[in-house]
Design a protein around this ligand. Structure first.
Ligand code: 1PR
Length: 475
């Protein structure tokens, strides 16, 4: 709003809307039509629609931001939303507009997340949606088509079952790096070791990043993540192929893209300094919806726990304050360490019934698992939530590539400890592992790599299994 006011765009937009010219607001583009918002404020909006935009209340354990696929309940017949009643669309926001008597004539659909909130408005030619049609797969594309061709009937998609909760997400992950020939490839490790166990010790090559990402989008992945796994040593802005991968992928993949690896301050060989914010901005400009920070978030959390002071200077804090915490994922790479008793370590432990040793803690690592740090996954998760992380990608080095299932103890411990969404990662080997992690933990999403790359389990089989198991997913 500051920018719109200072450039005169606020008045121009008000006048444009009053003249009933075609308008489609997306996410913040819906929120700024209201009287005011609590975000960084109160801040006055354009004042076109009566009402206040409020933060979701996480005090009663609600996971905030609201990230993922939620089903639309259409309350008014509109051209824009033809054929999509009950479909899942993609949301990513911490603030929401509440329905009231004063704005009820504007509302064209609502959605439920603890309370009902306004998911779209429509009045004459003025349309706005809280979700992201550009990231909502075929359903979102049909909504955009409806907006662009006012007379078209829109893509007639089959009616879907209505849903009432946020769907659990299935995420395909692509670990990307250059192989020994210098080609950027999708690789996959066993406990983070991505080299073949043959005499040549080549980096495993499981395909081309953009081809695989496009295929997973078509197969029904709810999100795609790229991890630039050598980012800790190869500066990403020097690694232009990775930016190119993002640009090409975002032209073909209409679900959210996350990219991680190498987000930190850096001085190149010519003495030019790049802030982590510049690195993240370049990733966003190239098509990323979220960035994921690994090593640098561990250092920031350690410093925060030591001093109790939020300096606002860490990459995590800076990127989150500029782009919003919904755009910042922290990727945790822990390794299980067994101990005899919880008193043996100053970190949160869990009881591991399957092992001889009774307890374990989960020691965080940096630089792709190479260096262990004096902080546990539980402590890290809580600290990064305070520093502004919007989501946690929870890997487990012991389980990575093993196909024996997610580390339920770890996922439960972390997902019970924070109120931001947790993505369970590492170890998926069968469809049952996905239902297990959703049934036994508070995870919002489950991520897999190897089983998809090796074509052992198609994404559609995972979704079908979850539907049969009574877990809500986007189909
Ligand atoms: O530290 O900010 O530069 O970020 C580096 C990023 O790269 C981190 O997110 C880190 O997890 C990742 N990374 C670094 N080295 C590796 C490696 O494998 N050698 N990959 C690596 C992490 C784990 C998952 C994997 C799941 C699922 N890979 O991404 O996809 O474990 O696998 P599975 O389903 O086959 O079991 P920074």
């Amino acid at each position: 709003m500051d920018v719109l006011n200072s450039t005169g765009m606020a008045d121009a937009l008000r006048e444009y809307v009053q003249r009933d010219r075609p308008f489609l607001g997306i996410c913040l583009g819906l929120q700024l039509l209201f009287d005011s918002s609590e975000e960084n404020g109160p801040v006055s909006g354009l004042g076109v629609i009566p009402g206040v935009v409020r933060r979701f209340d996480s005090s009663k354990g609600l996971i905030v931001p609201h990230i993922g696929w939620n089903a639309l309940e259409i309350t008014k017949d509109t051209q824009l939303l033809q054929g999509v009643d009950g479909h899942h669309v993609y949301f990513v926001h911490s603030y929401h507009a509440l329905p009231s008597d004063a704005n009820k004539d504007w509302i064209s659909s609502i959605c439920n997340y603890a309370d009902s909130f306004i998911s779209s408005i429509s009045m004459g030619n003025i349309q706005a949606v809280q979700f992201h049609p550009e990231k909502s797969g075929a359903t979102g594309l049909s909504i955009l088509k409806n907006f662009l061709s006012a007379n078209s009937s829109g893509a007639k998609a089959p009616a879907r079952r209505k849903a009432s909760k946020l769907a659990k997400r299935v995420i395909a992950c692509l670990d990307v790096r250059s192989n020994d020939n210098g080609d950027l490839v999708v690789t996959k490790g066993d406990q983070y070791d991505v080299r073949d166990h043959t005499s040549s010790k080549e980096v495993r090559n499981l395909g081309k990043p953009v081809d695989l990402a496009s295929q997973y989008y078509i197969d029904g992945a709810d999100e795609v993540s790229f991890l630039n796994i050598t980012g800790f040593r190869d500066f990403p802005l020097g690694d232009l192929p990775m930016l190119e991968v993002l640009r090409c992928a975002s032209e073909k993949v209409f679900v959210p893209l996350t990219v991680g690896g190498g987000i930190r301050d850096f001085t190149d060989a010519n003495g030019r300094y790049y802030s982590s914010l510049e690195v993240a901005s370049e990733y966003f400009r190239s098509g990323a919806d979220k960035i994921s920070i690994g090593s640098d978030a561990v250092y920031a959390a350690e410093a925060f726990l030591q001093t109790g002071v939020k300096t606002g200077k860490s990459s995590l804090e800076q990127i989150s304050s500029i782009y919003g915490n919904q755009a910042v994922v922290v990727s945790i790479d822990p390794r299980r360490v067994y101990v005899n008793s919880p008193e043996d370590v100053p970190f949160k432990t869990v009881k591991v019934s399957s092992k001889g040793e009774e307890y374990a803690w989960y020691q965080c690592t940096v630089s792709g698992g190479r260096d262990s740090r004096p902080i546990g996954a539980y402590e890290l998760a809580k600290a990064v939530e305070e520093l502004g992380a919007g989501e946690i990608l929870l890997n487990c080095i012991d389980c990575d590539g093993q196909g024996c299932g997610f580390d339920i103890d770890l996922v439960k411990m972390v997902s019970d400890a924070v109120t931001i969404p947790v993505i369970a990662s590492s170890g998926a080997g069968a469809v049952e592992h996905f239902s297990e992690v959703f049934e036994k933990t508070n995870a919002s999403a489950a991520l897999a790599a190897g089983i998809f790359h090796r074509k052992e389990v198609p994404i559609v089989a995972v979704k079908e299994h979850l539907v049969d198991a009574g877990v809500e997913v986007r189909v």
